[in-house]
Write a protein that binds this ligand. Sequence first.
Ligand SMILES: Cc1cc2nc3c(=O)[nH]c(=O)nc-3n(C[C@H](O)[C@H](O)[C@H](O)COP(=O)(O)OP(=O)(O)OC[C@H]3O[C@@H](n4cnc5c(N)ncnc54)[C@H](O)[C@@H]3O)c2cc1C
Length: 155
Amino acid sequence: MLVSEMNRKECEELLARQSLGRLACAHENQPYIVPIYFASEPGRLYGFSTMGQKIDWIRRNPLVCIEVDEIIGATEWASVVVQGRYEEFPDTSEYAEPRRKAQAQLEKATSLWWQTAIAVTQTRKRVDRDMTVFFCIHIEEISGRHGWPDPAEHR
Ligand SMILES: Cc1cc2nc3c(=O)[nH]c(=O)nc-3n(C[C@H](O)[C@H](O)[C@H](O)COP(=O)(O)OP(=O)(O)OC[C@H]3O[C@@H](n4cnc5c(N)ncnc54)[C@H](O)[C@@H]3O)c2cc1C
């Protein structure tokens, strides 16, 4: 297998093709990671969530990491890691436009953008279906690695 670095454009193209990633956050030295849907545009990602552990933790520490990949097989894959800063879009008139834009981008990225977030509230003792959050992650660093089969290995 050969592995190479992806440039920023290749990384952003992968983010644009995909809508499912793993969002990692940390609180008091304890990492926490969950799958989430997202939408992307150059320089930022958008997401939607109900209230729970990840939003509690990210509000305390807005530095997050997202991993997104395309895996065709063990020797053919691409993976992008984003280091970013979380910004919440509260349900106020000041944030009406960012919220509208986040929702529009999420709708374009996946029809499932809200369903899983809402469905997971069934696992909580307290069901706060009204408490939803739109957010964006400002991309501060991005890196990508691309693996593909080495023809020499098959000779
Ligand atoms: C394909 C997919 C897409 C998803 N998209 C979104 C999305 O866009 N937005 C969104 O908010 N959620 C999404 N989810 C659900 C998400 O992964 C979390 O389960 C959910 O957001 C609850 O996280 P929380 O931190 O609020 O957990 P809480 O409800 O506060 O529960 C915390 C506890 O539950 C455990 N837990 C929480 N989630 C998971 C999990 N996925 N797997 C195993 N244990 C878990 C934690 O370890 C912790 O102990 C998606 C899940 C999948 C599988």
